[in-house]
Design a protein around this ligand. Structure first.
Ligand code: CA
Length: 374
């Protein structure tokens, strides 16, 4: 797996002026210290789990908007996630749900376009129609904010964006920053989509290919909850990108997702036939998280590694801590999972996650450093 590169913090880049003011022996010492520090940084980066921005920087901006993706890039994400559903005219749009009302003002604009169940489905709208909607912070069934302390519900002119637009944004930011942030695309409810007369997987793969994502060595993952679809991506649609089989907790199970079977050694061996990793609900990897007992590795991470699979659990949220970490805090949650051996994790809070993974004592200022400060 590719590991991210990172610009070294300023304190590890002694300036030319600084060196001129130092005696030879001191300069040598400083040089060695910086080299050791840089080596440590490189080692940390190499062994640290990758940080996947779950629906962009969704802890700070409405999920899956282009500003949320841009912020995730700026906060230091290694990968940025895009959930994909299709419009009526077959355009891949970046939305978590196949329905629209929990994150947009669709009821106000198209009040008569709901189905008999009262829901507004993205696949019933053309891309041009979807583009007229305003995106807001996620609300629950009662219309109240799902996360009350996040971005305010009203006021910002945020819009639904296509997969194409997200990929172009990330490519542009990679160019302007010199970083190489990857993409992590989820195919949402593929069987349901086909029942509606559209097929998301080929559209997603074609879109990724147009943006240069075609091979296992490219900075892209494709993920799906439906194991039949993940297998289809590899075996029938010839997807060479890294594939991740999502595994829901029992309460989140969707059609085709049989968590206990998939988490068994036999199930993991089956997944390894067509995928490079698993994305389990976090408590399947390390738990219990409900506070009923001290959490510990469940065995899933070791079993997945034994099957040759990487493990990227979801979802790390600093503002919705599991009861087991109510007192110890977000940093402890992230570090415990890292110590348990995860290879990456989905988070709404890229910055807090990076801080927890890379925290170590700040070195004392180098001798002479103050002389070069303005
Ligand atoms: Ca997702």
């Amino acid at each position: 797996m590719h590991m991210p590169t990172r610009t070294e913090p300023l304190r590890q880049q002694p300036t030319r002026i600084g060196f001129e003011r130092l005696a030879g022996s001191l300069a040598l010492l400083l040089c060695c210290a910086a080299a050791v520090d840089a080596k440590q940084d490189a080692a940390d980066e190499h062994s640290a789990p990758i940080v996947i921005a779950h629906r962009g920087a969704s802890g700070y901006l409405p999920e899956h908007t282009l500003p949320a993706a841009a912020l995730a890039h700026g906060l230091g994400a290694d990968y940025i996630e895009q959930d994909v559903v299709l419009s009526r005219d077959g355009a891949p749009v970046v939305l978590h749900d196949v329905t629209l009302e929990t994150v947009t003002d669709v009821e106000a604009t198209f009040s008569d376009r709901c189905r008999d169940d009262g829901r507004f489905y993205a696949v019933d709208f053309t891309l041009d129609e979807l583009r007229t909607l305003h995106v807001h912070e996620r609300t629950g069934g009662d219309g109240r904010a799902a996360f009350p302390h996040r971005f305010p519900a009203a006021g910002a002119q945020l819009r639904i964006a296509t997969l194409e637009e997200h990929l172009a944004l990330i490519r542009g930011l990679n160019t302007s920053t010199g970083r190489d942030v990857g993409v992590y695309v989820e195919i949402k409810r593929p069987a349901w989509h086909r029942h509606q007369g559209v097929d998301p997987s080929p559209v997603v793969l074609e879109t990724l290919a147009r943006h240069g994502y075609t091979q296992a060595s490219d900075r892209a993952f494709v993920q799906c909850f439906d194991p039949a679809e993940t297998r289809r991506l590899r075996e029938q649609l010839d997807c060479q990108l890294q594939l991740v089989q999502l595994i829901g907790s029992v309460s989140e199970r969707v059609a085709g997702d049989d968590s206990p079977t998939m988490c068994s050694a036999e199930g993991l061996a089956t997944i390894a036939e067509f995928a490079e990793g698993i994305g389990p609900a976090m408590q399947l990897a390390y738990g219990p998280l409900d506070g009923s007992a001290p959490p510990a590795p469940t065995g899933l991470i070791a079993a997945a590694h034994a099957a040759g699979l990487v493990v990227h659990p979801y979802t790390f949220r600093a503002d919705a801590l599991p009861p087991a970490y109510a007192n110890r805090g977000y940093g402890a949650l992230v570090r415990d999972f890292a110590a348990a051996g995860i290879d990456g994790g989905f988070t709404d809070f890229v910055d807090a996650t990076r801080s927890a993974l890379h925290a170590r004592p700040v070195a004392a200022p180098a001798a002479g450093a103050s002389a070069v400060m303005p």
